[in-house]
Structures are given as C-alpha cells and as structure tokens.
Design a protein around this ligand. Structure first.
Ligand code: HEC
Length: 164
C-alpha cells in the first residue's frame, strides 16, 4: 500500500510535465474543446460529504503545522512557517491567486508531492482529494453533488479560475 501514493504522485507529475497546453492545435480548436469539457471550481466539483472526510484527514495529517483553524503558523524550529490555507492571506494571497489557471491535476499533484512536509506522498489519492475538498469548503468554494474524480484525465479538465 505504501507504494501506491508514491506511484500516483509520479504518475500525476509525469502527466503535468508531458501535457503542455497543446499550442499546436490552434486557438479555435482548443477553445472549442475546453467549452465542451472544462468545468471550474465554481461548478460544484466536490461534495460536502467529501469535505467532511477531508477534515478528518486534515486533523490527523496537516493541522499539526497548518493549525486546526487553518491559519498556519511557525513550525517547531521557530523559523519555518506553514502558510494559512484559509482566511485572509490563504496560500500567501488566496486559493485562487495561488492556483489560478491551473487544473486540479496540478493542485493535487503539487500537494501530494510535497505534503505532509515530513512525509510527502504518504497518503492515498483519495485522502489527498478529500483534503482538497476540505480546503475548497474552507475557502468559500461551493460544494455540489459529485465528488472530485480520481482519474488524472478528469482532474485535468477541472480548472481553477477567479469567480465569474
Ligand atoms: C510538518 C509540518 C507540515 C505538515 C504536517 C503539513 N504541512 Fe503543508 N506546509 C508546511 C510548510 C512549512 C509549507 C511551506 C513550505 C512549502 O510549501 O513546502 C507548507 C505548504 C503547504 C501548502 C502550500 C503549497 C503551495 O505550493 O502553495 C499546502 C497547500 C499545504 N502545505 C497543504 C498541506 C496538507 C494538505 C497537509 C496534510 C496532508 C500538510 N500541508 C501537512 C508544513 C506542513
């Protein structure tokens, strides 16, 4: 089991690296394709139930550094600081500012590859998805009726944008 999340992270990172935004296809075709398939974080792409599961993950794996209220704070060394993940200055500015124009693949892969800081890629893909759902819920991004998908291709069609 320990291998699975590592493998996943490697897979996702590969996907990120090898899928540039297809400039050769021509702008019109790219836009047509995006209209047909792309949803954004404002379309209800996770569920409240998923966010509740994510809260449990967060409490056991993340809140030690990012704090129960997600406000972040200094680590034990008193020097390094875990950023706030909700509220003013979340992610250094805001969730949207930090991840704007990236896809859920980018966000999940980055978090999976780097967190929990002392043990990156140690959780299951489902746990990472659930915790991202929790972060959405804490950043006023609306829940919907479908959970975040667990395949890389579908995740790659979910875009982080500023609110319309
Ligand atoms: C041992 C302390 C620690 C734990 C545990 C921890 N983090 Fe972090 N986290 C940090 C620090 C320090 C940073 C800032 C430096 C960095 O990005 O590596 C950070 C940064 C982040 C970022 C911002 C990354 C970016 O690129 O903007 C996110 C998101 C995040 N953590 C999520 C999580 C989640 C989710 C968990 C639990 C699965 C978690 N962290 C567990 C210390 C921690």
């Amino acid at each position: 089991m320990r291998r699975t999340p590592l493998l996943f992270a490697a897979l996702v990172l590969t996907a990120v690296v090898i899928s540039p935004r297809a400039p050769a296809a021509g702008p019109a075709r790219v836009i047509a394709r995006q209209d047909a398939t792309t949803k954004t974080i404002w379309d209800g792409i996770y569920t409240e139930e998923q966010a509740r599961r994510g809260e449990q993950v967060f409490k056991s794996e993340c809140s030690y550094c990012h704090r129960d209220d997600l406000a972040g704070g200094f680590l034990d060394d008193g020097v390094e600081r875990a950023p706030a993940l909700a509220g003013p200055r979340a992610f250094g500015s805001s969730l949207v500012e930090r991840w704007k124009d990236l896809t859920l693949t980018d966000m999940v892969a980055t978090i999976a590859a780097t967190m929990p800081q002392q043990k990156p890629a140690s959780l299951t893909l489902q746990a990472y998805l659930d915790v991202v759902g929790y972060l959405f819920s804490k950043n006023n991004i609306p829940a919907g009726s479908r959970e975040l998908p667990s395949d890389v291709e579908s995740l790659g069609q979910l875009l982080i944008t500023a609110k319309k």
